[in-house]
Design a protein around this ligand. Structure first.
Ligand SMILES: [Zn+2]
Length: 589
Protein backbone atom coordinates (compact mmCIF):
# COMPACT_ATOMS: atom_id res chain seq x y z
CA UNK A 1 0.00 0.00 0.00
CA UNK A 2 2.85 2.38 0.73
CA UNK A 3 5.73 1.07 -1.34
CA UNK A 4 4.47 1.80 -4.86
CA UNK A 5 3.82 5.13 -6.55
CA UNK A 6 1.60 7.86 -5.17
CA UNK A 7 -2.03 6.73 -5.07
CA UNK A 8 -4.83 8.63 -6.78
CA UNK A 9 -7.48 9.42 -4.20
CA UNK A 10 -7.18 12.31 -1.75
CA UNK A 11 -7.20 10.32 1.48
CA UNK A 12 -4.85 7.60 0.24
CA UNK A 13 -2.44 10.32 -0.89
CA UNK A 14 -2.56 11.85 2.58
CA UNK A 15 -1.52 8.72 4.41
CA UNK A 16 1.02 7.86 1.72
CA UNK A 17 2.57 11.31 2.10
CA UNK A 18 2.51 11.05 5.89
CA UNK A 19 4.36 7.75 5.86
CA UNK A 20 7.03 9.07 3.50
CA UNK A 21 7.41 12.24 5.58
CA UNK A 22 7.81 10.12 8.71
CA UNK A 23 10.46 7.95 7.02
CA UNK A 24 12.50 10.95 5.86
CA UNK A 25 15.10 10.71 8.61
CA UNK A 26 17.45 13.22 7.00
CA UNK A 27 14.80 15.92 7.33
CA UNK A 28 13.68 14.78 10.79
CA UNK A 29 17.24 14.57 12.11
CA UNK A 30 18.01 18.01 10.70
CA UNK A 31 15.07 19.40 12.69
CA UNK A 32 16.21 17.44 15.76
CA UNK A 33 14.37 18.35 18.95
CA UNK A 34 13.68 21.94 17.84
CA UNK A 35 9.86 21.60 18.01
CA UNK A 36 10.11 20.41 21.61
CA UNK A 37 12.61 23.12 22.48
CA UNK A 38 10.12 25.72 21.28
CA UNK A 39 7.42 24.36 23.61
CA UNK A 40 9.84 24.12 26.54
CA UNK A 41 11.00 27.72 26.06
CA UNK A 42 7.43 28.93 26.02
CA UNK A 43 6.71 27.18 29.32
CA UNK A 44 9.96 28.36 30.95
CA UNK A 45 8.93 31.95 30.15
CA UNK A 46 5.81 31.68 32.36
CA UNK A 47 6.63 33.74 35.45
CA UNK A 48 3.31 34.08 37.29
CA UNK A 49 0.02 32.26 37.77
CA UNK A 50 -1.67 34.91 35.59
CA UNK A 51 0.75 34.13 32.79
CA UNK A 52 0.11 30.43 33.33
CA UNK A 53 -3.63 30.98 32.96
CA UNK A 54 -3.02 33.00 29.82
CA UNK A 55 -0.81 30.20 28.47
CA UNK A 56 -3.62 27.66 28.85
CA UNK A 57 -6.29 29.86 27.33
CA UNK A 58 -4.44 31.21 24.28
CA UNK A 59 -5.27 29.71 20.91
CA UNK A 60 -2.09 29.05 18.98
CA UNK A 61 -3.01 28.12 15.38
CA UNK A 62 -6.01 26.28 16.78
CA UNK A 63 -3.69 23.97 18.68
CA UNK A 64 -4.74 23.44 22.30
CA UNK A 65 -1.95 22.97 24.81
CA UNK A 66 -1.20 20.23 27.26
CA UNK A 67 -2.83 21.17 30.53
CA UNK A 68 -3.07 20.09 34.15
CA UNK A 69 -6.45 18.55 33.34
CA UNK A 70 -8.17 17.12 30.25
CA UNK A 71 -11.29 18.33 28.45
CA UNK A 72 -12.64 16.91 25.22
CA UNK A 73 -15.79 16.08 23.30
CA UNK A 74 -17.14 12.55 23.60
CA UNK A 75 -20.39 10.61 23.19
CA UNK A 76 -22.61 11.06 26.24
CA UNK A 77 -22.75 7.57 27.80
CA UNK A 78 -26.22 8.12 29.21
CA UNK A 79 -27.73 9.77 26.10
CA UNK A 80 -25.75 8.26 23.27
CA UNK A 81 -27.44 10.34 20.58
CA UNK A 82 -25.56 13.46 21.66
CA UNK A 83 -22.05 14.70 22.36
CA UNK A 84 -20.88 16.05 25.68
CA UNK A 85 -17.75 17.76 26.90
CA UNK A 86 -15.92 15.72 29.50
CA UNK A 87 -13.73 17.59 32.00
CA UNK A 88 -11.40 15.24 33.76
CA UNK A 89 -8.03 14.38 35.32
CA UNK A 90 -4.42 14.90 34.27
CA UNK A 91 -2.06 12.12 33.22
CA UNK A 92 0.53 10.71 35.63
CA UNK A 93 4.09 9.60 35.02
CA UNK A 94 3.58 6.61 37.29
CA UNK A 95 0.42 5.63 35.43
CA UNK A 96 -1.46 4.38 38.48
CA UNK A 97 -2.23 6.91 41.24
CA UNK A 98 -1.83 4.13 43.84
CA UNK A 99 1.90 4.03 43.04
CA UNK A 100 2.56 7.38 44.79
CA UNK A 101 1.53 6.25 48.27
CA UNK A 102 2.36 2.61 47.77
CA UNK A 103 4.95 1.93 45.07
CA UNK A 104 5.29 -1.63 43.77
CA UNK A 105 8.56 -3.04 42.40
CA UNK A 106 7.00 -3.36 38.91
CA UNK A 107 5.68 0.19 39.05
CA UNK A 108 9.09 1.48 40.15
CA UNK A 109 10.74 -0.39 37.31
CA UNK A 110 8.50 1.18 34.67
CA UNK A 111 8.67 4.64 36.25
CA UNK A 112 12.48 4.48 36.31
CA UNK A 113 12.43 4.00 32.54
CA UNK A 114 10.14 6.98 32.00
CA UNK A 115 12.25 9.10 34.32
CA UNK A 116 15.41 8.20 32.45
CA UNK A 117 13.80 8.85 29.11
CA UNK A 118 12.33 12.20 30.20
CA UNK A 119 15.74 13.25 31.54
CA UNK A 120 17.34 12.28 28.25
CA UNK A 121 14.83 14.40 26.30
CA UNK A 122 15.36 17.38 28.60
CA UNK A 123 19.13 17.16 28.25
CA UNK A 124 18.62 17.12 24.50
CA UNK A 125 16.73 20.42 24.75
CA UNK A 126 19.68 22.00 26.53
CA UNK A 127 19.33 21.35 30.27
CA UNK A 128 22.23 19.97 32.32
CA UNK A 129 21.89 16.48 33.81
CA UNK A 130 21.18 18.00 37.23
CA UNK A 131 18.54 20.38 35.91
CA UNK A 132 16.85 17.58 34.02
CA UNK A 133 16.79 15.39 37.14
CA UNK A 134 15.35 18.23 39.21
CA UNK A 135 12.61 18.84 36.67
CA UNK A 136 11.47 15.25 36.60
CA UNK A 137 11.57 15.19 40.40
CA UNK A 138 9.38 18.31 40.49
CA UNK A 139 6.95 16.77 38.06
CA UNK A 140 6.60 13.70 40.29
CA UNK A 141 6.20 15.93 43.34
CA UNK A 142 3.27 17.76 41.76
CA UNK A 143 1.69 14.48 40.71
CA UNK A 144 2.09 13.12 44.23
CA UNK A 145 0.12 16.11 45.56
CA UNK A 146 -2.72 15.36 43.10
CA UNK A 147 -2.65 11.56 43.36
CA UNK A 148 -4.88 11.14 46.46
CA UNK A 149 -7.93 12.42 44.52
CA UNK A 150 -7.23 10.43 41.34
CA UNK A 151 -8.94 7.02 41.17
CA UNK A 152 -6.48 4.13 41.30
CA UNK A 153 -6.22 1.51 38.59
CA UNK A 154 -7.89 -0.99 40.91
CA UNK A 155 -10.82 1.37 41.45
CA UNK A 156 -11.16 1.85 37.70
CA UNK A 157 -11.31 -1.92 37.18
CA UNK A 158 -14.46 -2.15 39.30
CA UNK A 159 -17.39 -3.06 37.02
CA UNK A 160 -19.42 -0.21 38.55
CA UNK A 161 -16.72 2.44 38.13
CA UNK A 162 -17.92 3.70 34.76
CA UNK A 163 -21.48 4.27 35.94
CA UNK A 164 -20.14 6.20 38.95
CA UNK A 165 -18.44 8.62 36.54
CA UNK A 166 -21.62 9.89 34.87
CA UNK A 167 -21.82 13.16 36.78
CA UNK A 168 -23.39 16.09 34.96
CA UNK A 169 -22.90 19.73 35.85
CA UNK A 170 -24.44 22.87 34.40
CA UNK A 171 -22.22 25.64 33.07
CA UNK A 172 -22.76 27.57 36.32
CA UNK A 173 -21.83 24.55 38.39
CA UNK A 174 -18.71 23.97 36.33
CA UNK A 175 -17.78 27.61 36.74
CA UNK A 176 -18.07 27.18 40.50
CA UNK A 177 -16.12 23.91 40.50
CA UNK A 178 -13.28 25.21 38.34
CA UNK A 179 -12.36 27.98 40.82
CA UNK A 180 -9.14 29.56 39.56
CA UNK A 181 -8.52 26.89 36.94
CA UNK A 182 -9.52 28.30 33.53
CA UNK A 183 -11.45 25.22 32.40
CA UNK A 184 -14.25 27.03 30.56
CA UNK A 185 -12.02 29.75 29.18
CA UNK A 186 -9.64 27.14 27.78
CA UNK A 187 -12.52 25.17 26.24
CA UNK A 188 -13.98 28.22 24.58
CA UNK A 189 -10.88 30.29 23.70
CA UNK A 190 -8.19 27.71 23.02
CA UNK A 191 -10.28 24.77 21.80
CA UNK A 192 -13.09 26.80 20.23
CA UNK A 193 -16.06 24.94 21.75
CA UNK A 194 -19.31 26.88 22.13
CA UNK A 195 -20.78 27.37 25.63
CA UNK A 196 -22.90 24.35 26.56
CA UNK A 197 -25.75 23.81 28.98
CA UNK A 198 -24.28 20.64 30.44
CA UNK A 199 -20.85 19.13 30.97
CA UNK A 200 -19.60 15.96 32.51
CA UNK A 201 -17.35 16.32 35.55
CA UNK A 202 -16.60 12.86 36.97
CA UNK A 203 -14.14 14.01 39.62
CA UNK A 204 -14.91 17.45 41.16
CA UNK A 205 -12.48 16.61 44.01
CA UNK A 206 -9.66 16.79 41.49
CA UNK A 207 -10.44 20.43 40.74
CA UNK A 208 -10.74 21.24 44.43
CA UNK A 209 -7.25 19.83 44.91
CA UNK A 210 -5.92 21.53 41.81
CA UNK A 211 -7.16 24.86 43.15
CA UNK A 212 -5.18 24.33 46.36
CA UNK A 213 -2.07 23.75 44.28
CA UNK A 214 -2.57 26.41 41.61
CA UNK A 215 -0.47 29.20 43.17
CA UNK A 216 2.81 31.09 42.82
CA UNK A 217 4.60 28.82 45.27
CA UNK A 218 3.96 25.73 43.16
CA UNK A 219 4.55 27.43 39.83
CA UNK A 220 7.99 25.79 39.33
CA UNK A 221 6.45 22.35 39.90
CA UNK A 222 3.61 23.09 37.50
CA UNK A 223 6.01 24.32 34.82
CA UNK A 224 8.11 21.19 35.18
CA UNK A 225 5.06 18.95 35.04
CA UNK A 226 4.14 20.58 31.73
CA UNK A 227 7.69 20.37 30.39
CA UNK A 228 8.11 16.69 31.24
CA UNK A 229 4.73 15.64 29.85
CA UNK A 230 5.19 17.66 26.67
CA UNK A 231 8.59 16.05 26.16
CA UNK A 232 7.13 12.55 26.44
CA UNK A 233 4.23 13.38 24.12
CA UNK A 234 6.45 14.95 21.47
CA UNK A 235 9.19 12.29 21.46
CA UNK A 236 7.66 10.05 18.75
CA UNK A 237 7.47 13.03 16.36
CA UNK A 238 11.10 14.12 16.86
CA UNK A 239 14.35 12.80 15.37
CA UNK A 240 15.52 9.21 15.03
CA UNK A 241 17.21 8.93 18.41
CA UNK A 242 14.20 10.24 20.38
CA UNK A 243 11.78 8.20 18.28
CA UNK A 244 13.83 5.03 18.59
CA UNK A 245 14.32 5.31 22.34
CA UNK A 246 10.63 5.95 22.79
CA UNK A 247 9.58 2.88 20.89
CA UNK A 248 11.99 0.61 22.77
CA UNK A 249 11.12 1.96 26.22
CA UNK A 250 9.55 -1.24 27.55
CA UNK A 251 10.65 -3.77 24.93
CA UNK A 252 12.61 -6.11 27.18
CA UNK A 253 9.65 -6.30 29.56
CA UNK A 254 7.07 -7.20 26.95
CA UNK A 255 9.39 -9.38 24.86
CA UNK A 256 7.81 -7.82 21.77
CA UNK A 257 10.71 -6.00 20.19
CA UNK A 258 10.84 -7.67 16.82
CA UNK A 259 9.21 -4.84 14.86
CA UNK A 260 11.49 -3.30 12.25
CA UNK A 261 11.91 0.48 11.96
CA UNK A 262 9.84 0.41 8.82
CA UNK A 263 6.98 -1.46 10.48
CA UNK A 264 7.04 0.86 13.46
CA UNK A 265 6.89 3.91 11.20
CA UNK A 266 4.00 2.41 9.29
CA UNK A 267 2.14 1.73 12.52
CA UNK A 268 2.73 5.31 13.61
CA UNK A 269 1.65 6.86 10.32
CA UNK A 270 -1.41 4.63 10.15
CA UNK A 271 -2.40 5.57 13.70
CA UNK A 272 -2.75 9.21 12.65
CA UNK A 273 -5.08 8.68 9.71
CA UNK A 274 -6.99 5.56 10.69
CA UNK A 275 -9.78 5.84 8.18
CA UNK A 276 -7.65 6.60 5.16
CA UNK A 277 -5.69 3.44 6.00
CA UNK A 278 -8.91 1.54 6.64
CA UNK A 279 -10.19 2.23 3.18
CA UNK A 280 -6.89 1.37 1.51
CA UNK A 281 -6.63 -1.80 3.56
CA UNK A 282 -10.19 -2.90 2.83
CA UNK A 283 -9.85 -2.22 -0.89
CA UNK A 284 -6.57 -4.13 -1.07
CA UNK A 285 -7.12 -7.04 1.29
CA UNK A 286 -10.74 -7.60 2.31
CA UNK A 287 -13.43 -9.33 0.29
CA UNK A 288 -17.18 -8.84 0.19
CA UNK A 289 -17.69 -12.64 0.03
CA UNK A 290 -15.90 -13.06 3.39
CA UNK A 291 -17.99 -10.25 4.84
CA UNK A 292 -21.12 -12.05 3.69
CA UNK A 293 -20.01 -15.46 5.01
CA UNK A 294 -19.00 -14.11 8.41
CA UNK A 295 -22.17 -12.01 8.66
CA UNK A 296 -24.14 -15.22 8.16
CA UNK A 297 -22.19 -16.82 11.02
CA UNK A 298 -22.96 -13.79 13.22
CA UNK A 299 -26.66 -14.14 12.39
CA UNK A 300 -26.59 -17.83 13.26
CA UNK A 301 -24.93 -17.07 16.60
CA UNK A 302 -27.39 -14.30 17.45
CA UNK A 303 -30.17 -16.78 16.65
CA UNK A 304 -28.57 -19.27 19.07
CA UNK A 305 -28.49 -16.58 21.76
CA UNK A 306 -32.27 -16.52 21.70
CA UNK A 307 -32.09 -20.08 23.07
CA UNK A 308 -29.50 -19.12 25.70
CA UNK A 309 -31.67 -16.23 26.94
CA UNK A 310 -34.95 -18.12 26.63
CA UNK A 311 -33.55 -21.09 28.57
CA UNK A 312 -32.15 -19.00 31.42
CA UNK A 313 -34.44 -19.92 34.27
CA UNK A 314 -33.39 -17.37 36.89
CA UNK A 315 -34.51 -14.23 35.02
CA UNK A 316 -38.07 -12.92 35.00
CA UNK A 317 -40.03 -12.54 31.78
CA UNK A 318 -39.66 -8.78 32.05
CA UNK A 319 -35.86 -8.87 32.14
CA UNK A 320 -35.88 -11.51 29.42
CA UNK A 321 -37.99 -9.29 27.18
CA UNK A 322 -35.50 -6.43 27.56
CA UNK A 323 -32.57 -8.78 27.02
CA UNK A 324 -34.05 -10.20 23.82
CA UNK A 325 -34.87 -6.71 22.58
CA UNK A 326 -31.28 -5.71 23.19
CA UNK A 327 -29.98 -8.86 21.46
CA UNK A 328 -32.05 -8.14 18.37
CA UNK A 329 -30.83 -4.52 18.28
CA UNK A 330 -27.13 -5.43 18.24
CA UNK A 331 -25.53 -3.79 15.23
CA UNK A 332 -23.30 -6.25 13.37
CA UNK A 333 -20.19 -4.57 12.05
CA UNK A 334 -18.26 -7.13 10.03
CA UNK A 335 -14.82 -6.63 8.37
CA UNK A 336 -15.41 -3.15 6.86
CA UNK A 337 -18.22 -0.54 6.65
CA UNK A 338 -20.76 -0.74 3.83
CA UNK A 339 -19.98 2.76 2.66
CA UNK A 340 -16.99 5.08 3.07
CA UNK A 341 -18.89 8.35 2.82
CA UNK A 342 -18.61 9.29 6.48
CA UNK A 343 -14.93 8.58 6.92
CA UNK A 344 -13.12 11.03 4.66
CA UNK A 345 -10.55 13.68 5.56
CA UNK A 346 -11.96 16.35 3.31
CA UNK A 347 -10.22 19.66 3.81
CA UNK A 348 -7.07 18.15 5.30
CA UNK A 349 -3.98 18.72 3.20
CA UNK A 350 -0.33 18.93 4.04
CA UNK A 351 2.75 19.63 2.02
CA UNK A 352 4.46 16.42 0.81
CA UNK A 353 8.17 15.87 1.43
CA UNK A 354 9.21 16.68 -2.15
CA UNK A 355 7.67 20.14 -1.76
CA UNK A 356 9.42 20.83 1.54
CA UNK A 357 6.79 19.64 4.01
CA UNK A 358 7.90 18.22 7.36
CA UNK A 359 6.56 15.29 9.34
CA UNK A 360 6.19 17.43 12.43
CA UNK A 361 4.00 19.99 10.66
CA UNK A 362 1.84 17.30 9.07
CA UNK A 363 1.37 15.67 12.46
CA UNK A 364 0.37 18.99 14.05
CA UNK A 365 -1.99 19.71 11.17
CA UNK A 366 -3.79 16.41 11.68
CA UNK A 367 -4.28 17.16 15.39
CA UNK A 368 -5.74 20.57 14.54
CA UNK A 369 -7.99 19.08 11.88
CA UNK A 370 -9.40 16.50 14.29
CA UNK A 371 -9.88 19.13 16.98
CA UNK A 372 -11.78 21.36 14.56
CA UNK A 373 -13.97 18.46 13.55
CA UNK A 374 -14.88 17.79 17.19
CA UNK A 375 -15.85 21.44 17.59
CA UNK A 376 -17.93 21.36 14.41
CA UNK A 377 -19.79 18.25 15.52
CA UNK A 378 -20.42 19.09 19.15
CA UNK A 379 -23.97 20.39 18.62
CA UNK A 380 -24.92 17.83 15.98
CA UNK A 381 -26.60 14.54 16.88
CA UNK A 382 -24.26 11.54 17.03
CA UNK A 383 -24.18 9.64 13.75
CA UNK A 384 -24.80 6.11 15.01
CA UNK A 385 -23.86 4.51 11.71
CA UNK A 386 -20.21 5.52 12.07
CA UNK A 387 -17.86 2.79 13.26
CA UNK A 388 -15.58 3.50 16.20
CA UNK A 389 -13.26 0.54 15.52
CA UNK A 390 -11.21 0.25 12.37
CA UNK A 391 -11.01 -2.64 9.88
CA UNK A 392 -7.20 -2.81 10.12
CA UNK A 393 -7.26 -3.59 13.87
CA UNK A 394 -6.41 -7.17 14.82
CA UNK A 395 -9.33 -7.27 17.20
CA UNK A 396 -12.99 -7.91 17.80
CA UNK A 397 -15.13 -6.12 20.29
CA UNK A 398 -18.48 -5.21 21.73
CA UNK A 399 -19.12 -1.49 22.24
CA UNK A 400 -21.76 -1.03 24.93
CA UNK A 401 -22.57 2.58 24.04
CA UNK A 402 -23.17 1.59 20.40
CA UNK A 403 -24.74 -1.79 21.17
CA UNK A 404 -22.58 -3.02 18.31
CA UNK A 405 -20.20 -5.90 17.80
CA UNK A 406 -17.12 -5.54 15.65
CA UNK A 407 -15.49 -8.42 13.82
CA UNK A 408 -12.66 -6.47 12.23
CA UNK A 409 -11.03 -7.20 8.91
CA UNK A 410 -7.50 -7.74 10.17
CA UNK A 411 -8.72 -10.14 12.85
CA UNK A 412 -10.63 -12.46 10.55
CA UNK A 413 -7.48 -13.63 8.72
CA UNK A 414 -5.15 -16.60 8.47
CA UNK A 415 -5.40 -19.02 11.38
CA UNK A 416 -8.46 -17.32 12.87
CA UNK A 417 -10.56 -17.42 9.74
CA UNK A 418 -10.02 -18.69 6.23
CA UNK A 419 -12.27 -20.10 3.57
CA UNK A 420 -10.74 -23.61 3.89
CA UNK A 421 -11.66 -24.05 7.54
CA UNK A 422 -13.75 -26.97 8.71
CA UNK A 423 -16.93 -26.15 10.66
CA UNK A 424 -15.25 -27.28 13.88
CA UNK A 425 -12.35 -24.89 13.35
CA UNK A 426 -14.62 -22.05 12.31
CA UNK A 427 -16.75 -22.41 15.45
CA UNK A 428 -13.72 -23.06 17.71
CA UNK A 429 -12.00 -19.86 16.60
CA UNK A 430 -13.85 -17.01 14.89
CA UNK A 431 -17.28 -18.41 15.81
CA UNK A 432 -16.35 -18.57 19.47
CA UNK A 433 -14.99 -15.02 19.38
CA UNK A 434 -18.25 -13.77 17.86
CA UNK A 435 -20.17 -15.59 20.60
CA UNK A 436 -17.86 -14.06 23.19
CA UNK A 437 -18.40 -10.52 21.88
CA UNK A 438 -22.19 -10.83 21.76
CA UNK A 439 -22.29 -12.01 25.36
CA UNK A 440 -20.50 -8.84 26.43
CA UNK A 441 -23.90 -7.21 25.93
CA UNK A 442 -25.00 -9.25 28.96
CA UNK A 443 -21.92 -9.29 31.19
CA UNK A 444 -21.43 -7.34 34.41
CA UNK A 445 -20.43 -4.15 32.54
CA UNK A 446 -22.28 -4.46 29.23
CA UNK A 447 -25.57 -5.31 30.94
CA UNK A 448 -25.59 -1.78 32.40
CA UNK A 449 -26.41 -0.40 28.93
CA UNK A 450 -29.76 -0.67 27.15
CA UNK A 451 -30.61 -1.54 23.55
CA UNK A 452 -29.72 1.98 22.37
CA UNK A 453 -26.40 1.97 24.20
CA UNK A 454 -27.53 4.29 26.98
CA UNK A 455 -26.13 3.52 30.41
CA UNK A 456 -29.52 3.01 32.05
CA UNK A 457 -30.76 0.06 34.08
CA UNK A 458 -33.25 -2.32 32.42
CA UNK A 459 -33.16 -5.07 35.03
CA UNK A 460 -35.71 -5.88 37.72
CA UNK A 461 -34.15 -5.47 41.16
CA UNK A 462 -34.53 -9.15 41.94
CA UNK A 463 -32.93 -10.36 38.71
CA UNK A 464 -30.10 -7.91 39.16
CA UNK A 465 -29.43 -9.29 42.63
CA UNK A 466 -29.29 -12.88 41.35
CA UNK A 467 -27.07 -11.77 38.43
CA UNK A 468 -24.63 -10.13 40.83
CA UNK A 469 -24.59 -13.20 43.08
CA UNK A 470 -23.75 -15.37 40.09
CA UNK A 471 -20.95 -12.97 39.17
CA UNK A 472 -19.68 -13.10 42.75
CA UNK A 473 -19.60 -16.89 42.65
CA UNK A 474 -17.61 -16.78 39.43
CA UNK A 475 -15.23 -14.18 40.86
CA UNK A 476 -14.71 -16.30 43.97
CA UNK A 477 -13.85 -19.31 41.82
CA UNK A 478 -11.10 -17.35 40.06
CA UNK A 479 -9.84 -15.99 43.36
CA UNK A 480 -9.21 -19.55 44.52
CA UNK A 481 -6.79 -20.00 41.63
CA UNK A 482 -3.12 -19.10 42.03
CA UNK A 483 -1.38 -19.42 38.65
CA UNK A 484 1.96 -19.45 40.43
CA UNK A 485 3.09 -19.05 44.00
CA UNK A 486 2.26 -15.65 45.42
CA UNK A 487 0.05 -14.55 42.51
CA UNK A 488 -3.52 -13.72 43.51
CA UNK A 489 -6.27 -12.99 40.97
CA UNK A 490 -8.92 -10.28 41.20
CA UNK A 491 -12.08 -12.17 40.23
CA UNK A 492 -14.40 -9.17 39.97
CA UNK A 493 -12.04 -7.41 37.58
CA UNK A 494 -12.23 -10.40 35.22
CA UNK A 495 -15.95 -11.03 35.69
CA UNK A 496 -16.97 -9.48 32.36
CA UNK A 497 -14.48 -11.36 30.22
CA UNK A 498 -14.89 -14.67 32.06
CA UNK A 499 -18.67 -14.43 31.64
CA UNK A 500 -18.22 -13.66 27.93
CA UNK A 501 -15.94 -16.69 27.47
CA UNK A 502 -18.27 -19.10 29.24
CA UNK A 503 -21.46 -17.74 27.68
CA UNK A 504 -19.85 -17.61 24.23
CA UNK A 505 -18.87 -21.27 24.57
CA UNK A 506 -22.36 -22.20 25.75
CA UNK A 507 -23.89 -20.55 22.69
CA UNK A 508 -21.50 -22.27 20.26
CA UNK A 509 -22.07 -25.64 21.91
CA UNK A 510 -25.80 -25.03 21.39
CA UNK A 511 -25.15 -24.66 17.66
CA UNK A 512 -22.87 -27.73 17.62
CA UNK A 513 -25.64 -29.82 19.20
CA UNK A 514 -27.73 -29.28 16.08
CA UNK A 515 -25.00 -30.46 13.72
CA UNK A 516 -24.84 -34.19 12.96
CA UNK A 517 -21.35 -35.77 13.26
CA UNK A 518 -19.85 -32.69 14.92
CA UNK A 519 -16.25 -33.54 15.87
CA UNK A 520 -15.98 -32.21 19.45
CA UNK A 521 -12.33 -33.20 19.81
CA UNK A 522 -11.39 -31.12 16.73
CA UNK A 523 -13.54 -28.27 18.03
CA UNK A 524 -11.99 -28.21 21.54
CA UNK A 525 -8.48 -28.41 20.08
CA UNK A 526 -9.22 -25.51 17.74
CA UNK A 527 -10.51 -23.54 20.73
CA UNK A 528 -7.41 -24.27 22.84
CA UNK A 529 -5.23 -23.29 19.88
CA UNK A 530 -7.01 -19.92 19.76
CA UNK A 531 -5.53 -18.92 23.14
CA UNK A 532 -2.25 -20.83 22.99
CA UNK A 533 0.50 -18.24 23.41
CA UNK A 534 3.79 -17.47 25.09
CA UNK A 535 4.81 -14.44 27.09
CA UNK A 536 7.65 -13.23 29.28
CA UNK A 537 7.21 -13.72 33.07
CA UNK A 538 6.89 -9.95 33.34
CA UNK A 539 4.04 -9.86 30.85
CA UNK A 540 2.29 -12.82 32.49
CA UNK A 541 2.41 -10.98 35.83
CA UNK A 542 1.26 -7.79 34.14
CA UNK A 543 -1.69 -9.64 32.60
CA UNK A 544 -2.64 -11.19 35.92
CA UNK A 545 -2.59 -7.79 37.64
CA UNK A 546 -3.84 -5.37 35.02
CA UNK A 547 -5.70 -7.12 32.25
CA UNK A 548 -9.45 -7.68 32.44
CA UNK A 549 -9.11 -11.04 30.68
CA UNK A 550 -8.26 -14.20 32.63
CA UNK A 551 -4.79 -15.59 31.86
CA UNK A 552 -4.93 -17.48 28.59
CA UNK A 553 -4.57 -20.98 30.02
CA UNK A 554 -7.55 -20.20 32.26
CA UNK A 555 -9.55 -19.05 29.25
CA UNK A 556 -9.13 -22.61 28.02
CA UNK A 557 -9.29 -24.72 31.18
CA UNK A 558 -11.87 -22.89 33.27
CA UNK A 559 -14.21 -22.37 30.33
CA UNK A 560 -14.17 -26.02 29.22
CA UNK A 561 -14.64 -27.25 32.80
CA UNK A 562 -18.16 -25.86 32.74
CA UNK A 563 -19.57 -28.09 30.00
CA UNK A 564 -20.74 -31.69 29.84
CA UNK A 565 -19.66 -31.92 26.19
CA UNK A 566 -16.04 -31.54 27.31
CA UNK A 567 -16.36 -34.18 30.05
CA UNK A 568 -18.04 -36.57 27.60
CA UNK A 569 -15.50 -36.07 24.81
CA UNK A 570 -12.50 -36.92 26.99
CA UNK A 571 -14.09 -39.21 29.58
CA UNK A 572 -13.27 -36.88 32.48
CA UNK A 573 -14.54 -38.10 35.85
CA UNK A 574 -14.58 -37.12 39.48
CA UNK A 575 -11.00 -37.16 40.78
CA UNK A 576 -9.51 -35.89 37.50
CA UNK A 577 -7.80 -32.51 37.68
CA UNK A 578 -10.13 -30.94 35.14
CA UNK A 579 -13.25 -32.20 36.94
CA UNK A 580 -15.60 -29.65 38.47
CA UNK A 581 -18.72 -30.85 40.28
CA UNK A 582 -21.97 -29.59 38.70
CA UNK A 583 -22.88 -27.57 41.82
CA UNK A 584 -19.52 -25.75 41.67
CA UNK A 585 -19.80 -24.72 38.05
CA UNK A 586 -19.97 -21.02 37.36
CA UNK A 587 -22.20 -20.40 34.36
CA UNK A 588 -24.00 -17.10 34.61
CA UNK A 589 -26.37 -17.52 31.64
ZN1 LIG B 1 -14.10 -9.72 25.64
Amino acid sequence: MFAGGRPESHDARLVYALYHLSADWDARNALGVAPLKEIVDRIEAISSVDELTAYFTEAVDGEPRKKLWTSFSTIDPVHTDRHIIMVNLCGLLRGDSAEYADPTPEGEDITARYIKFAEYLLVRTGYSEEEAQQKVENCLKLEEMLSPVIPTRKERMDPDFQASQNKYVTRDELQKAEGNIPVLEELENAQGFPAREQYMLPCPEFFEKLNEIYNEENLPLIRDYLIVHNALTEAPQLDYEAWNRDRHLVDDLSGESNETDEQALLTQACAQLHWAVARLYAENYLKQEDKDRITAVVDEIIEAYHDVLNNTEWISDETRRHALEKLDSIDRRVLFPDSWEEYDYEGLDFIPAEEGGSFYDAYAQIQRYLQLKDVEEIDKPVNDRVWSAKPQEVNCGYMPIENAIYILGAFAQGGLYNSEMSDEELYGKLGFVIGHEISHAFDIRGSQYDKDGNQVDWWTAEDKKEFRERNDKMAAYFENIHPWEGQDLDGLKMAGEACADITGMKCILGIAAGKPDFDYDAFFRAYADLWCSKMTPYMAAYYAEEDVHPLKYLRINVVLQQFDEFYDTYGIEEGDNMYLAPEDRIQIW
